[in-house]
Ligand binder design. Structure first.
Ligand code: NAD
Length: 328
């Protein structure tokens, strides 16, 4: 019988792409989110608009489901999760979604659950040197994430592992490192660095100026969405529980990332550094464990994914401008 899959957070960036991938693979997909996808029509067999904090809704959506991909979370880029203003909401909302999904999933007999954790759960003390951040999976403890978003991810990782230990269901846990690509949030305050930079460059004429938070010397790696989906699917089909990093090892500074976007756009712009929420000083994926356990790791160059992302965001900026929106 065709496997019946539930995707939580299907109206979001990764969940939206995941639904397309699962449908292309021939699964029966039920999708749930607070909202429909903003940028494309979902091919899900059913799309339920609802709140996974609501126990009745969470109980209803897992009925008849074999596997759950849990991607729903109250989240955003640095401008959302590092200001402190949304801490209580982030912790309460995301933890409630995970508590409900696991408890009602267990009661409904769901066999396997995928959970999307984040590199934000790694301790800040290992990410102070931008040239040598440490993010191997076994460096998670003693725990000291730099945000409440990271603490919630750590709590929920443990919750999935506890349900696996005590109730016999299967959990698969990935720690994503900055996933980017088309059809993700690109304005409004929840967008992440690659999307924000693509938007700023697309909105600025050659010779102009863009702003970057901090000195731009903080480092990160960025993984293109298609590689993220490949990693998720391989993990779910494997016998390996994780938690495991799904990220790129191509570490760049934010200034370098901005330079790459300008090159792709064919624009010369000046960067002005301004104060802003930053997160840790350095972060890079460590792909030794995924390579060892799954015999695969992400490997496509950053530039390739950025080209596709820039052209999609530039088209959004143009469309917004033609409709008279500021999109600033
Ligand atoms: P996203 O914000 O685009 O998607 C999350 C979706 O969850 C949104 O569509 C939102 O409406 C939905 N949602 C939030 N609260 C809900 C609720 N109460 N009920 C139903 N739906 C609800 O984010 P994304 O980038 O697609 O991330 C997906 C998952 O991966 C999240 O758990 C996120 O924490 C994790 N993650 C993402 C990244 C990244 O770089 N994008 C990195 C690390 C971890």
């Amino acid at each position: 019988m065709t496997k019946r899959i539930l995707v939580n957070g299907a109206g979001g960036f990764i969940g939206g792409h995941l639904v397309k991938r699962l449908k292309a693979e021939g699964f029966r997909v039920r999708a749930v989110d607070l909202k429909r996808h903003e940028y494309s029509e979902s091919p899900a067999d059913e799309f339920i608009v609802g709140d996974l904090r609501d126990q009745d809704l969470a109980r209803a959506v897992v009925e008849g489901i074999d596997e759950v991909y849990q991607l729903a979370a109250d989240m955003g880029g640095a401008g959302y999760i590092f200001t402190g203003e949304h801490d209580a909401a982030v912790m309460h909302n995301s933890a409630t979604i995970n508590l409900n999904t696991l408890e009602f999933g267990r009661l409904a007999g769901v066999k396997k659950l995928f959970y999307s954790s984040s590199a934000c759960m790694y301790p800040e003390y290992n990410q102070l040197d931008p040239d040598n951040p440490k993010c191997s999976e076994d460096s998670a403890y003693p725990a000291a994430p730099d945000s409440e978003y990271g603490w919630e991810k750590l709590f929920s990782e443990r919750l999935y592992l506890a349900y696996m230990r005590n109730y016999g269901l299967q959990a698969r846990i990935a720690r994503f490192h900055n996933i980017f690509g088309p059809e993700g949030t690109w304005d409004g305050g929840r967008e992440k660095a690659p999307a924000a930079l693509c938007r700023k460059v697309a909105q600025t004429a050659s010779g102009g100026e863009i702003e970057i938070w901090g000195d731009g010397l903080q480092t990160r790696s960025f993984l293109y969405i298609d590689e993220c989906l490949e990693g998720i699917r391989r993990l779910v089909e494997s016998d390996f529980t994780g938690p495991v990093n799904i990220g790129s090892e191509e570490m760049v500074t934010i200034n370098q990332l901005a330079g790459l976007v300008m090159e792709i756009a064919g624009k010369r712009l000046t960067i002005r550094h301004i104060p802003g929420p930053l997160g840790v000083r350095g972060r890079n994926s460590d792909n030794r464990l995924i390579a060892r356990e799954l015999g695969w790791k992400p490997s496509r160059p950053l530039r390739e994914g950025l080209e596709k992302t820039y052209s999609w965001i530039a088209a959004q900026v143009e469309r917004a401008a033609s409709l008279g929106g500021s999109a600033a």
